[in-house]
Design a protein around this ligand. Structure first.
Ligand code: SF4
Length: 71
């Protein structure tokens, strides 16, 4: 199954904006970069993606297509 959230570590500056933005707390800072620690709990709100100043985060809307409601 496609990942809900992906982080391009080569673009991450370690600012922490995404971690602060996520209400589901699926991200954490580790060794100066953001890491996804709980894909399953992601609500796919997209706040991390919009908060990231470097475009390092991608929220895959298609990953939700297989959910019960299909959106
Ligand atoms: S907001 Fe972007 S640059 Fe900042 S820690 Fe998160 S992924 Fe890295």
């Amino acid at each position: 199954m496609e990942k809900k959230v992906e982080i391009d570590e080569s673009l991450c500056t370690g600012c922490g904006a995404c971690v602060a933005m996520c209400p589901a707390r699926i991200l954490k800072m580790e060794k100066g970069a953001a890491k996804v620690i709980n894909q399953e709990a992601c609500d796919m709100l997209g706040g991390c993606m919009y908060a990231c100043p470097t475009g390092a985060i991608k929220v895959n809307r298609r990953a939700k297509a297989g959910s019960f409601f299909g959106f």
